[in-house]
Design a protein. Structure first.
Length: 341
């Protein structure tokens, strides 16, 4: 049996070390090297015996995503293209706001959900990422940049709640005090509205943040933009959000991309408010980012954006108009597609 370092939970390391006749705390030491110090070379793990280092080197593969390309946007956003073990490719983005770094990570190679406004969706689906491939993107970005990243958002390629086991396992290791020790409030999962996954998140032991990609407040329009809405229509989705809110007490962020004359008239703001009544949502308005596969979709112009914002203000709904980031290198929301090299 082959072992891959990043595929192993702390518990897996402890079981293995017990098997090898090593003391339990050695497992935490190895995890500290990997997750905290970003030391991926066993030979340099200086507080382990030479024998143990060699045994690790011979038995546990330190498989990491290979960086094929790094692009830097004029606003400082960085985009990485990785090659995984089987040659599958994914992208991740590193955002920098005033010294605070946020990693936007992929959970799948491609995405099976095919939202009409999203380049990732237009490029089809290859496979789920393993927990190690998810963690690898984050750790490699920390290693390359020589700095800790403050936040992680599952807003790269793919639908995280269609790859729940691996995403949840990666989150447990990011949060674990003996591993990366990243606080729950610094971890966000974004979903297109996978109801069973939202229900599982409501019961998840780590109180991470939830973001919902809404983009349309009625089933007719939403099903056209996001085919997943046919499987989980708005009523079931809103019920799941309410349950999540009741069980966790957390506010939910709602993502809403403003697409010119598709979903950006003020009536939709009113409809959104009615749909989410009582949920106290926080709305993130994203000016639509153009994508090559759908040239007919345009970003709303500033007067339409303003009208939408005014309607939300009038409705006393808290919102933020998200600043454009990384569009010049196709690193913005919905623009990730691993096939472009
Ligand atoms: N699959 C998950 C995670 C990806 S997050 C989800 O959809 O939530 C990527 C975010 O960018 C989502 O909110 C998505 O709806 C949004 N998005 C996709 N294409 C976009 C585009 N062209 N412009 C702006 N936002 C877009
Ligand atoms: Fe998939 Fe999210 Fe893109 Fe939709 S918006 S296709 S769910 S990645």
């Amino acid at each position: 049996m082959e072992y891959y370092a990043l595929e192993m939970t702390l518990n897996d390391w402890q079981i293995l070390f017990a098997d090898w006749g090593e003391q339990k705390f050695r497992a935490s030491q190895v995890c500290q090297w990997i997750y905290s110090k970003k030391e991926f070379n066993y030979h340099l793990m200086s507080n382990l015996s030479k024998d143990l280092r060699e045994k690790l080197n011979d038995n546990i593969l330190m498989s990491l995503p290979i960086m094929l390309r790094q692009q830097v946007s004029k606003d400082g956003t960085r985009k990485y293209l990785w090659s995984l073990n089987d040659g599958a490719r994914v992208e991740s983005v590193l955002l920098n706001h005033g010294g605070h770094k946020t990693a936007c990570i992929s959970s799948q190679a491609g995405c099976p959900l095919g939202c009409t406004f999203c380049e990732t969706g237009a490029n089809g689906f290859t496979r789920n990422l393993t927990r190690g491939e998810i963690l690898g993107q984050f750790l490699m970005m920390e290693k390359i940049n020589g700095a800790d990243i403050n936040n992680i958002v599952f807003m790269g390629m793919g639908e995280p709640l269609l790859n729940e086991d691996n995403v949840f396992s990666a989150i447990r290791s990011l949060n674990d005090k003996n591993m990366r020790n990243l606080g729950a409030r610094h971890i966000t999962v974004s979903t297109s509205g996978i109801v069973p996954g939202i229900e599982d998140l409501a019961d998840f032991e780590i109180p991470i943040r939830l973001s919902l990609s809404l983009h349309a407040p009625n089933d007719e329009l939403r099903s056209r933009l996001m085919p997943v809405n046919k499987q989980y229509p708005l009523q079931s989705l809103v019920n799941a959000l309410r349950r999540y809110r009741e069980r966790t007490g957390e506010r939910i962020t709602i993502e809403y991309a403003l697409i010119d004359r598709v979903n950006d008239s003020p009536e939709y703001a009113y409809e959104t408010a009615a749909l989410l009544d009582g949920l106290e949502p926080y709305i993130n308005l994203i000016p639509f980012n153009p994508i090559p596969s759908r040239p007919e979709l345009k970003r709303s112009d500033s007067s339409r954006i303003k009208a939408f914002c005014n309607a939300l203000t009038e409705l006393k709904i808290e919102f933020e108009l998200r600043k454009e980031r990384g569009t010049d290198i196709m690193a913005a929301c919905g623009q990730l597609a691993s096939t472009r090299v």
